[in-house]
Write a protein that binds this ligand. Structure first.
Ligand code: HAM
Length: 537
């Protein structure tokens, strides 16, 4: 039998790498807390329309990369019941409804002609299971009441067949298929390709703007895009992101918010130990500026677009700004000659951007201006940015973000300007691994090597003692030869502690620290402190 594999573009995260993921998340949570952010968790799938309207139909994410499916039709029990009720009045004009709170049936009534009590279940399908469960309800009541005069009636949607089938007198359960459509229409759903649209949907739905306060929300979780997998690009990947959003009266439009978010990111990357990042920054202006720029671009593209790729030819008509996202090498020289967005910004947008830059200068956050940085999502207005890292290769964006002053209104909400970012967690891990700062932290402080199986219980006691002192400890096996213990310890720990009968008697243990190669005799009572200090090189 062929073995099953993880789906293309997805992967398992295993120890010790997962420890690095946890450390990144813990550092991010700690930094977010200092900047007074709270966590938000939105569903992993949403109505497709959210992304179509929020992120933009013409973006690569929406037009090519989403995992979208049509959800099964939903059974509308109430519609079936209403329809059945209008038809039963012909068959049983004088029935008597009975209270049925104590029964699992959907409805209970008595037929005045023969006194039969009838339990009704309205179900999506007449299957053996639905029939049996109604039979159970009926039988239980027959026993409870000591009478056989209780029957069940299964009412379900019929695609065809007789409309009225009366209660079958020979068995306890009758069936009544009802013609009509009792299914709510199918809903198109999508695995979230990003989280900003979901956060803004939640902001609107939960009326978070009504507090009048700025909402500062962060999230950590999986996102899904059907992209061509390569190093740093996966179909399921994880983002650590944050959004600052609120009514204009909360200060959400202020350039200080942009600068604060960027300063926080610089701090977070530094605390993660990621050195050598570059912040690239641009302003794509207000919605009006962008509309003006789109027209300028449209006109500029007319004479050259026929030499460009098919996607660009389409975008030149539908959404010219997206031409700037084109990655086709042959198109790049043409794109370089196109007008830049900075020339289309109005006075207010220029002033906003200048204030962002001034605040960054004051805080000492270094940046590079990149006039072509328009980002691949349609909701951006004014400030847009990316942090890149040379160690990542082709997929060099560690994170991206920007302002989205019109997004809430685009998905039916109140005016709620906002700014945010999302970091590719997979890429943070790759960068940290490349920087080789991480692996050391993730090794156990010590590997305990019992000499002989008889020492195993004492080794467990020592491991417990050290673990309770807060140390990460790997416990070996007395059946191993010493050479094998050393090999195992070298792979997963910073030191090896040898525990034989002599050590147990004397209370003096032998510790070898791998980084220095030194072997030391340490009294048991001092071992935890020793391991903590000596092996954290
Ligand atoms: P984005 O630029 O599409 O922006 O994604 C942000 C980051 O997610 C990227 O810089 C990259 O590190 C990571 N990323 C994207 N696609 C993949 C992938 N296939 N595999 C691995 N990592 C990936 C957004 O998602 C916006 N929602 C950011 C934002 C928040 N803007 C405002 N608020």
């Amino acid at each position: 039998m062929t073995s099953l594999k993880a789906v293309r573009g997805t992967r398992d995260l295993l120890p010790p790498e997962t420890a690095l993921w946890n450390r990144i998340e813990a550092t991010a949570r700690a930094v977010f807390a200092r900047y007074n952010f709270g966590e938000i968790r939105t569903p992993v799938f949403e109505d497709t329309a959210l992304f179509a309207r929020g992120v933009g139909e013409e973006t690569d994410i929406v037009s090519k990369e989403m995992y979208t499916w049509s959800d099964r039709e939903r059974f509308d029990k109430q519609a079936l019941r209403r329809s059945w009720e209008t038809s039963y009045t012909h068959a049983w004009p004088r029935i008597e409804h009975l209270p049925h709170e104590k029964s699992d049936a959907d409805m209970v009534f008595r037929d005045p002609d023969d006194g039969r009590v009838i339990f009704i279940s309205f179900v999506e399908k007449a299957s053996t299971v639905t029939r049996q469960s109604l039979e159970c309800i009926v039988n239980a009541d027959r026993q409870k009441c000591g009478t056989d005069n209780i029957y069940g009636l299964l009412v379900y949607p019929a695609d065809a067949g007789p409309e009225n089938v009366d209660v079958n007198d020979t068995t306890a359960i009758g069936e009544w298929p009802v013609r009509g459509n009792f299914f709510a229409s199918r809903q198109s759903l999508t695995l979230r390709p990003e989280n900003t649209a979901g956060v803004v949907r939640s902001y609107i739905e939960n009326k978070l703007g009504e507090s009048g306060q700025l909402q500062k929300l962060y999230y950590i979780g999986p996102q899904f895009r059907r992209e061509r997998p390569q190093k740093g690009r996966y179909r399921q990947f994880s983002q650590i992101g944050a959004e600052v959003i609120g009514p204009p009266s909360s200060g959400s439009e202020s350039p200080l918010r942009d600068a604060e978010v960027l300063e926080m990111l610089a701090t977070l990357l530094d605390e993660l130990g990621i050195t050598g990042w570059t912040l690239e920054l641009n302003s794509v202006g207000s919605a009006a500026d962008r509309a003006r720029y789109n027209e300028t671009l449209r006109a500029a593209l007319v004479p050259v677009v026929s030499q460009m790729c098919v996607d660009c030819q389409r975008r030149a008509v539908t959404n010219p700004l997206r031409v700037l996202d084109c990655k086709v090498p042959a198109d790049q020289p043409i794109i370089d000659t196109l007008p830049v967005i900075a020339d289309s910004l109005d006075e207010a947008s220029r002033a906003h951007f200048a204030q962002v830059l001034a605040a960054l200068d004051a805080a000492g956050v270094p940046y590079l201006r990149n006039q072509r940085l328009v980002r691949g999502l349609d909701y951006y207005t004014r400030t847009t940015f990316e942090f890149t890292h040379g160690g990542l290769g082709a997929q060099n964006a560690l994170l991206g973000g920007g302002r989205y002053d019109g997004l809430s209104e685009a998905i039916g909400g109140p005016k709620a300007p906002g700014i945010g970012f999302a970091m590719g967690e997979d890429r943070l891990v790759l960068t940290l691994m490349a920087l080789e700062t991480a692996a050391r932290h993730e090794k156990a402080a010590a590997f305990i090597a019992p000499l002989g199986e008889g020492v195993n219980p004492a080794a467990l006691a020592l491991a417990r003692e050290l673990r309770r002192a807060g140390l990460r400890i790997e416990l070996g096996e007395g059946g191993f030869r010493l050479k094998k213990s050393f090999e195992a310890a070298d792979k997963c720990a910073r030191a090896i502690v040898i525990l034989g009968e002599d050590e147990l008697q004397s209370g003096i243990l032998t510790v070898k620290t791998f980084a220095t190669g030194m072997q030391t005799k340490v009294p048991r009572a001092e071992l935890a402190v020793f391991l903590n200090q000596r092996t954290m090189v």
